[in-house]
Ligand binder design. Sequence first.
Ligand code: UN1
Length: 476
Amino acid sequence: MQLDHFINGAPVPGDLVLERRNPSDTRELVARFPDAGADVVDAAVVAASAAQPAWAAASPEVRADLLEAIATTLFARSAALGELLAREEGKTRAEGTGEVLRAARIFRYFAGEAIRLHGRTLASTRPGVEVRTHHESLGVVGLITPWNFPIAIPAWKAAPALAFGNTVVMKPAETAPAMASALAGIIAECGAPAGVFNLVLGAGGAGAALAAHSGVDGISFTGSQATGQKVVQSTAARRARVQLEMGGKNPLVVLADADLDRAVAIALDGGFFQTGQRCTASSRVIVEDAIHDEFVARLAQRACALNVGHALDPATQVGPANSEAQLARNLDYVGIATGEGGRLVCGGQRLEREHPGWYMAPSLIADTDPAMRINCEEVFGPVVSTIRVHDYDAALSVANAGDFGLSAGIVTNQHDRARHFRRNVRAGMVMVNLPTAGVDYHVPFGGVRGSSHGPREQGFAAFEFYTTMKTVYEAG
Ligand code: UN1
């Protein structure tokens, strides 16, 4: 598959200097694609700027119809797109197809939101004056998207952007160009006017050029803290709006009263499904002493039994790491954790399969200390650590340690404990008796501290980033 940029309603080819291989079988070349330079990014921003006034002025019904058509197309093609997603990203076919359906539902949700956008009318403090708020589009938005949800995250950024009258330039991760291209093709096919949605492919330089472009009114970014920091510096310098999602080191607290089978199932899902490659993954499991050893033994048994294999094999439960670099990072962190005194209970090694791929055994490291690097730094792989605590208060304080604050979970049947945790844990999302990962699409998503910056994404909160407010005073 040879991919092009997509600018002003037409494919724009470039030198095919980059390639993407299937992480389940690296002999398979999934896509070859170009690396946008500043000139290509500029052309896309110019096209988006030119298209923006007419798109914002169109009836909300026009925008709703486009999003509805995109949703319908994604529903209809979920099987083929789910397969492409699994081949390109490495998550299982079921996870890939599920993600395409999630993207479809996001577009359908924002088709409704396009119509519902409204302001407020208030009585002025001055007689004879009316005062209202209007929400207008922000303008041209740049979307810098990660590889781990290669269609759902583009959908939850692009759908509200388009719904509220913005035009888009999207730069997807360099390990997920084919899904982004498929989405751009569908948006065009469903009737988006030229310039409304533009795609530039490439590596980090293309994203940096987009973040720095003076014609871009806002950047929505999901990725690492290091890149997020560069994005915020670049946007702050020109006072553009910015929204950053930068991952987590999400704690899952398991209290002694918890049903062990349930707690183990929650930890297994949150820690290892989707190869642990979720910013919401339960990567730190904090367990009360009374059940710690039994919990670790059962989780290790379940983790070892997970079937790691080719993403398209129906028996596979955990696909490969997304890239060779990600696999190397995962293995490095196992070494760092054991080097600092953690006890490797299961996994920890690369796996060989009949296809050459970036496979890794689900890995559990027990007896870790909250201050160890494994408990402070995001790994983004199937690597889970456990921390033993003597009571709930200690668990809460460990959960609140560190620089992240995206999602936090607790497994308990004690209502008062769950409520105390919900009120006192420092996180943007709290899960009671649920994995820290796996969120609904119609409610706000985001974290606190080093995890997020700027307005929340998704659901009814999304309009805050993608619109600007105007206050109108009118005398008769
Ligand atoms: C989820 O847990 O369902 O990059 C979504 C990520 C997050 C999305 C997680 N922004 O993993």
